[in-house]
Design a protein around this ligand. Sequence first.
Ligand code: HEC
Ligand code: HEC
Ligand code: HEC
Ligand code: HEC
Length: 472
Amino acid sequence: MIRTCLPLWFLLAACGRPADPPAAPAAIADRIRLVVSGSLLGRLEPCGCAGGQLGGLARRLQHLGEQRSHDLLVEGGDLVAGATELDLRKAYTALAVLFDMQHPYDALGVGRNDLALPFAEWCALLQGRPVVATDLRCAEPGWPGVPFVEKDVRGTKVRILSFTVRLPADAPRDGAPVRIVPPVEAYALGLRGADPATLRVLLVHDGDLRTRELVTVLQPKPDLVLCFDHGYTDPGPRPERLDGVPIAFPGTRGRMLLDLTLARLPEGPRLGQEIVPLVGSRTLPGGGGDPDVKQMLLSHREQVRADSVLAAMAEQRPTANGSTYTGSRACESCHPTAYAAWQKSRHAQAWQTLERAEAEPKRYGWPVTAYPDCVGCHVVGYGERSGFVGPAATPHLAAVGCETCHGAGLAHVESDGEVRLGKVGAGTPSPACVACHDAEQSPDFVYGDRWPKIEHALEPGQRRAPGQGAPK
Ligand code: HEC
Ligand code: HEC
Ligand code: HEC
Ligand code: HEC
């Protein structure tokens, strides 16, 4: 590929955070430029619950279109975070964006989440894609993984290898005869037939400690290691270096891209890193991003509604406490003060907020009330038995209700409070909140600031002395 804007590219690379002192000018021509993104974890687009969110496939492809001088596009594994019907559809959509559109990717790694998806479907989705799975072996005929992808960039060969390192905790699944090849052996297989001058790029889908261990045992040394540690939500500010090997951390959720330049100099590999936050990303139709990708995402969302995926994914698991959801109204008689406080809070309106968002084409303009991701955080017990199914079937659960935080309450109600709910979130309170108010949905969430807005407690005199239960 011919680089169309070398001066701009060079300027940007120089403004970034180069890992090393400036290179000799002779080396610059040999540098290759990789754009790398971390584990997408199902974040096709930001949810729009808070301002200033980053990422999204539409913004990404727009960026790639504006910055055409990249040589290689690499995506980490773990396209999705779960194994639901929605996750499969998201994986399908993400793959279509990564491989069938304006800027086809050169390599895709495999993470443990990918292997937790229904195996036959996952294999079928990946047919014909450059899926690198250096340390995975599988005897199935439809297995899409290859040990490496090799590209020639202006005469420099680049070989991309990927380690999954471990199988998912609950693997091997039925009919998925995948096994892990030990790293040294896998690495040798992945480099088989490679010219010594070939640049060796290794993706590792595991924690940073395991990645560092691997770097010290692999020979010949990789020229670049990309560590897809989910603990690094955003890219590491600068690449690390271990035994002379640069290690970069692409982060997760596709919020930022790593724009890397790599060359092998006599003294070893030289890496430049620039972090590209994908700003201005919004879910709304007019809000920037590649129009074709947006169309693709819209079709995905419309299809999710048309196929009633929301209802199909409801009531899949037992409730966490074994009881049955009953709705906030049932709590009012004995907890009138708490109920009044809740009714005034935004939580009581969380479903209406989704309905309003959907009706407002300037903000969303797509069926958010039919999209399981959105619904899950805006209702009671979605996915659990007796939990939210839809606004018509379960109107009493269409809010972030009492039982969203305290657990299913029927046994407590029927026993006049004798069957304790227990789950109040006191002690270390914010875990009860950050499941939803996380860094993405609620970036400025501080428990001490927010609890006073929804504060409530037992009625005076309601707590019984130990052993003083209500008469049966
Ligand atoms: C992980 C949980 C979670 C998910 C998933 C989620 N939300 Fe939210 N949403 C929240 C929280 C928490 C808030 C409140 C944020 C705050 O005020 O700090 C919120 C607030 C909102 C608001 C009000 C924001 C405002 O400016 O008034 C809208 C609209 C909204 N969400 C829509 C959506 C849509 C649409 C989706 C799916 C694309 C979605 N949410 C997915 C948790 C979630
Ligand atoms: C957003 C989550 C959330 C919602 C919604 C919520 N609560 Fe709570 N509730 C809490 C937390 C957290 C505490 C504990 C706070 C503390 O102790 O500082 C609490 C405390 C309580 C207590 C006192 C517990 C004790 O032993 O002191 C009662 C009673 C209670 N909630 C009932 C309700 C009722 C009834 C509703 C609905 C009308 C409701 N809550 C809605 C989170 C919630
Ligand atoms: C018939 C009366 C009654 C109803 C209805 C009722 N509660 Fe209670 N609740 C009580 C009593 C009494 C206590 C005090 C229990 C104790 O301290 O022994 C209590 C305590 C609690 C507590 C704190 C102690 C615990 O159980 O962990 C929470 C939280 C709570 N209720 C939530 C709810 C929610 C949510 C609902 C609605 C689903 C609800 N309650 C409905 C009577 C009731
Ligand atoms: C099940 C997901 C969920 C959980 C758990 C949750 N929230 Fe929320 N919260 C929401 C959503 C969704 C909204 C936005 C509702 C809307 O605007 O319609 C919200 C809004 C709020 C708001 C109003 C926005 C503001 O700042 O004025 C406060 C306050 C709040 N939450 C506090 C808490 C606290 C404190 C906890 C933990 C005790 C908590 N929430 C737990 C989903 C959740």
